[in-house]
Ligand binder design. Structure first.
Ligand code: IVH
Length: 706
């Protein structure tokens, strides 16, 4: 969480790039937990905070936007078990407004986009944002034929039979409906039904659900339809996908049709004439929120006129014509019993509050994050204090306030440890690139610290690094606990170990022999395949501090081979100035990174690991050479505005492959500016400077020449 302490406008581009990568990875993990496992591991508020932070960084460093940017993704690709259904019209997500100002911004943007006068009246629909899971129902000639989950927005899971068991899902529609009708809405579970279900589950000694959303998701995504049928699921219709004919000209007319066709439309659906009216409706529902009988996490506003909706269209993951206006997170008061210190991959010590169990918004909470020592100081939180905990969706809540007036006596302030609790090495504050002391305390034990070594292993095999299928956090924890894994080199020796001492595998896994053999065969195949990663991924996998994916790519381009890279850095460690200059001359490599590489390779243990990997046959593959005879070779190119047919990251990678240098800002050195949709100040500046500008189409033509 260290990055959250650095204001976005203070981030260097290198920090930004690392943070964007960390955010993409972290958010995709949260997405899997939420969408696939129905078991979220952060609160909605925390998730929103990550998304906002990601957007702010991308806003400031548009060129660093990643191909896997969380702002372009909705949910995750469905798990196997269910058939897949390609949505004929993608199922998208919504942008968020957190306060009146955001809402006014939304209204202003719309008016600007539609070239309407500020005083013009725009009617919006307003309705609760149901905290469930979305589903799409397809009817052909009035008969329900297919139903799907959202999945990744493009492809969902086929849950037709399960949806048929819902009372709110009509099997046939009245005569005269369009030939093709796709109704979309939210499947959810009401509070009283949720409580009854959990009581039954616990009576039967079965797993209870953390909240109604998880219960709804767990109930709907059952391979056994009978189970779904026994669960009290409900459905609110709120939008549509493909329609062979439109039965209305406005959102509200469409909802009236859905209602007439037998669907349930939210009773608190309303048309409002302006932002004030929307805000009033929002306040009204917020007051009644706990009495509605089901979970909602905000309100959704949509432009009523459909012709305006189509003119406004979409930006990446969400429509321009709709927005979710969130409610503040839910809070509760409890006692702080203790503060635990956890150690991460980079040695960061993170304090975790141990709380007296309390129910917040229907979920039992006993841990909360405290981020870092500064946060403890800021809150001035002491052991045994009464604190306000906040969560929105689930788990990992936060302490937002200390109730000083409830304090008895003069409790001592929490002493943040000077030593790592996992290995005892000194824990220190790094000095950041801006010369300030970092808020995070870090263990100096490096790989000799078991906590760091284990987290580094997890990073080494993670998706953006060596991406070893079947070797996830759980397996690493397990192999670690049996002393089978200590360093990345051990991963490539697992096969040998398994052959030498096969009985050990029977302890390490709860599986039977047949399953074990299958999963091991798969795992060994994945490990074997991981022996030839792209050099940049390999360098990134090493987990060298400050070497993010972008830097790793720069290093891989310059040094071409692992051995070349290693030898150059070693000679720098031995005081060779030329090697140091070569490294420092790479655009994008600064002093912090030079220091970091010196530290990494100056540690014999790290060098042993790199050499050990080479010895067990790991042979990273060089990146393809950039071309030097394309129309843009050697030129400095800037991308601005929204590209619609290629992501920013793809455009950047393509331009670099074609020998151009991509920059984030326009200056008199810029050769070409590619201006996508709604390009703003950069385009203006480029025109003023007389720089060659191109449309996205012109750029695509060049990009496809080589
Ligand atoms: S409209 C094209 N209306 O919220 C946008 N969504 O955070 C269609 N949701 O994916 C969505 N209640 O799963 C809409 N009244 C409502 C909603 C609603 C809940 C969900 C839906 C959507 C997500 C976005």
């Amino acid at each position: 969480m260290k990055w959250r302490t650095v204001p976005v406008d203070k981030l260097t581009s290198e920090q930004a790039s690392e943070e964007l990568m960390a955010l993409a990875q972290e958010m995709s993990e949260h997405d899997v937990a939420y969408y696939q496992n129905d078991d979220p591991n952060v609160s909605d508020a925390d998730y929103d905070a990550l998304r906002l932070r990601n957007e702010a960084i991308e806003g400031r460093f548009p060129a660093l936007k990643r191909a896997d940017s969380p702002s372009d993704t909705v949910g995750v690709v469905p798990e196997s078990g269910f058939g897949k259904i390609q949505h004929s019209v993608p199922m998208l997500s919504l942008g968020n407004a957190f306060d009146l100002q955001d809402l006014e911004g939304f209204d202003t943007r719309i008016k600007r986009f539609l070239s309407l006068d500020e005083s013009e009246i725009i009617s919006y629909t307003s309705e609760p944002k149901i905290d469930g899971l979305s589903a799409s129902l397809r009817y052909e000639n009035g008969v329900f034929i297919k139903g799907a989950t959202r999945g990744d927005g493009q492809v969902g899971e086929d849950i037709t039979e399960n949806l048929k068991t819902l009372r709110d899902v009509p099997i046939t529609l009245p005569k005269g409906v369009p030939d093709i009708v796709e109704i979309r809405g939210e499947v959810y579970m009401a509070h009283d039904d949720f409580e009854t279900l959990n009581r039954q589950q616990s009576d039967k000694g079965r797993k209870t659900f953390a909240n109604p959303r998880n219960a709804a998701a767990g109930s709907l995504r059952q391979l056994d339809t009978k189970i779904t049928a026994s669960r009290p699921l409900k459905f609110f219709a709120y939008t549509w996908g493909e329609m062979s004919e439109m039965p209305g000209d406005t959102q509200s007319e469409m909802m009236a049709c859905f209602d007439a066709w037998g669907f349930t439309v939210n009773p608190d659906f309303k048309v409002c004439e302006n932002v004030d009216a929307l805000n009033k409706h929002w306040q009204d529902i917020e007051e009644r929120r706990s009495m509605l009988g089901y979970d909602i996490d905000g309100m959704v506003y949509k432009i009523d006129r459909l012709d305006w909706q189509s003119r406004l269209g979409f930006v990446s993951r969400a429509p321009r014509w709709a927005i979710a206006h969130k409610f503040p997170a839910e809070k509760a008061i409890t006692k702080l019993l203790d503060i635990d210190i956890q150690v991460g991959r980079t040695g960061a010590l993170t304090p975790v509050a141990k709380l007296k169990k309390v129910t917040v918004g229907g979920v039992e909470v006993s841990n909360a994050t405290l981020h870092n020592a500064d946060e403890i100081k800021r809150l001035d939180v002491r052991l045994n204090d009464y604190v306000v905990v906040q969560r929105a969706g689930d788990v990992i809540p936060q302490i937002v306030e200390v109730l000083v007036e409830k304090r008895t006596g003069e409790p001592h302030a929490f002493q943040f440890p000077d030593n790592c609790p996992a290995c005892g090495a000194l824990a220190f504050h790094e000095i950041r690139a801006d010369g300030e002391q970092d808020a995070v305390r870090r263990c100096s034990g490096g790989l000799s610290c078991p906590a760091q070594a284990k987290e580094r292993l997890k990073h080494f095999v993670s998706r953006s690094a060596l991406d070893i299928d079947g070797l996830g956090d759980k397996q690493i924890d397990e192999f670690w606990s049996y002393d089978l894994l200590r360093t990345p080199v051990d991963i490539f020796k697992l096969y040998q170990l398994a052959n030498e001492a096969p009985e050990i595998w029977l302890y390490t896994s709860g599986k039977n022999k047949g399953q074990l053999k299958d999963s091991l065969t798969k795992l060994f195949r994945a490990i074997e395949q991981a022996k030839n990663p792209d050099l940049d991924r390999f360098l990134f996998a090493l987990g060298i501090r400050h070497v993010g994916e972008t830097t790793a790519r720069l290093l891989a381009r310059r040094y071409k081979t692992l051995e070349g890279f290693r030898d150059a850095i070693l000679s720098m460690c031995n005081g060779n100035e030329e090697s140091k200059e070569e490294l420092a001359s790479i655009d994008g490599v600064g002093d912090t990174m030079v220091e970091s590489l010196l530290t990494f390779f100056g540690e014999p243990h790290n060098l042993d690991i790199v050499n050990g990997l080479i010895n067990v046959g790991v042979a990273p593959v060089s990146l393809p050479e950039a071309e030097n005879n394309t129309p843009i070779s050697g030129k400095i190119i800037v991308f601005t505005g929204t590209l619609t047919r290629m992501t920013r990251a793809e455009a950047k990678a393509r331009a670099e492959m074609m020998g151009a240098k991509v920059s984030g800002s326009v200056s008199d050195k810029t050769d070409i500016l590619v201006a996508g949709e709604s390009a703003g100040s950069k385009l203006k500046k480029a025109v003023e400077l007389g720089i060659e500008t191109m449309t996205e189409d012109e750029w695509l033509e060049i990009a496809s020449t080589a």
